[in-house]
Design a protein around this ligand. Structure first.
Ligand SMILES: Cc1ncc(COP(=O)(O)O)c(C=O)c1O
Length: 417
């Protein structure tokens, strides 16, 4: 089997043409033409069966979207029988997959530290549709999760590492337990991407990938994918078709173009993020750096066992005592904390403030965890999330250091500094 770096160059290159170009061209399409009515009828049947590359209309596929689906199956599903679907954002890939796998009356277990909009989707659309969602502690073991199963539990939704707080789950143990109990497992593999983790090797039934992040890598396109075990494909494909979920040719091209350099970019994100994380670990005023690849991370051993490497996204927690932040004031809404965070984040030369991540540029954003946790409220100090881009890490360190100096100027306990 080819390694991911080689696969990323190798996949989705060919298109039937006498002129051989290195890249698959963009196909902009709505209408797809037939040579005969008989062919139209036959192709409609092939689309209904979900045959690869079959199309009667560009919502089903075009050569470039089919090539991207094929790439996903080969890379994210490497070594497993999987099929992939594309959606116009990571969130829409998640929501379509959940609609495909669940039905009214089902019970759903979701990690408490799940990506916020996924949480919202479960609590609004799925709730209205008659699916009940229960959130579980990100530190829950497979045994603890098994004890939560109800006869109606259909699916366990995982995210490892988790959004903002970066807990690592024992996914192989949870997936094995779930399979034994006839429950499906779905994982959001945004953080690691298939370059750094292969969740199908851990035994999950499906994974979702926001291609917006590291696959495309340039902060200029939105797309998501769900990759499922082959036997789950018919339900997913049907739901996808019923909702009309599809992507355009230009965006598919951008994602494929990003994929070619994903492995080298990932290694650069990884190395620079580790440098910054280690620098922050030594910096006064930082209570904790939350990065699974650091030995200080509570589930570092699981990380070492299951992951091939890390990415550019991690967090750090401000030391409340050092900055004079009262016990009951840790959220970014609290005026003194808000001023501190503004001093740290605003006016940075290299760190932008913005959502999403996985692009070439560095980002800094405070976490607003109070609305995002229901099982275990966040009780540590203010948490910042960093995405380390492709800039020189020394420049990033200087920039962040300037942010700490700016905080020091307004800190309520300057004597402590
Ligand atoms: C962990 C995680 N999953 C899913 C998504 C959704 O991806 P998209 O922005 O493409 O909708 C995000 C976006 O930030 C994310 O952080």
């Amino acid at each position: 089997m080819l390694k991911p770096d080689t696969l990323a160059i190798h996949v989705a290159r060919s298109v039937e043409s006498e002129t051989r170009v290195a890249n698959i061209p963009v196909f902009r399409a709505s209408t797809v033409l037939f040579d005969s009515l008989d062919e139209a009828a036959k192709r409609a049947q092939a689309v209904a069966r979900g045959e690869k590359g079959a199309s009667t209309y560009a919502t089903a596929s075009t050569p470039i979207t089919a090539a991207l689906m094929d790439a996903l199956e080969q890379i994210e599903g490497a070594g497993h029988a999987t099929r992939a679907c594309l959606a116009p954002s990571g969130l829409s890939a998640i929501s379509t997959l959940l609609m495909a796998l669940l039905k009214p009356g089902d019970d759903l277990l979701v990690i408490d530290s799940v990506y916020g909009p996924t949480r919202n989707f479960c609590q609004t659309v799925l709730a209205r549709w008659g699916v009940s969602t229960r959130f579980y502690d990100p530190d829950a073991s497979a045994e603890a999760l098994e004890a939560m199963l109800l006869p109606t539990t259909r699916l366990i939704y995982l995210e490892s590492p988790a959004s903002y707080t970066f807990e690592i789950q024992d996914v192989p143990a949870i997936a094995a337990m779930a399979r034994r109990r006839g429950v499906l497992t779905v994982i959001d593999n945004a953080w690691a991407s298939p370059i750094m983790a292969n969740p199908f090797d851990w035994g999950v039934d499906a994974s979702v990938l926001p291609l917006t992040k590291y696959w495309s890598g340039h902060s200029d396109v939105l797309m998501g994918a769900s990759v499922v075990r082959e036997d789950l494909w018919p339900d997913l494909w049907k739901t996808q078709r019923d909702f009309g979920i599809c992507v355009g040719g230009d965006d598919a091209y951008l994602v494929l173009r990003g994929l070619r350099t994903a492995a080298v970019r990932m290694r650069s994100h990884e190395q620079s993020a580790l440098l910054l994380a280690r620098w922050l670990e030594q910096r006064k005023g930082v209570a904790r750096v939350v990065h699974p690849a650091l030995t200080s991370h509570p589930q570092h051993a699981l990380f070492r066992r299951d992951f091939k490497g890390s990415s550019g996204l991690f967090g750090f927690v401000l030391d409340r005592t050092y900055w004079g932040i009262p016990e009951n004031a840790q959220g970014p809404e609290e005026p003194y904390v808000a001023r501190l965070l503004a001093a740290l984040c605003e006016g940075r030369r290299h760190f932008g403030m913005g959502y999403s991540w996985g692009g070439f540029e560095s980002l800094i954003m405070p976490g607003r965890l109070s609305a995002l946790r229901s099982v275990k409220p966040w009780q540590q100090g203010p948490l910042l999330r960093l995405h380390i881009g492709l800039e020189d890490p020394e420049d990033l360190i200087k920039d962040l250091d300037a942010g700490f100096e700016a905080m020091a100027k307004i800190a309520s306990k300057p004597h402590a500094l």
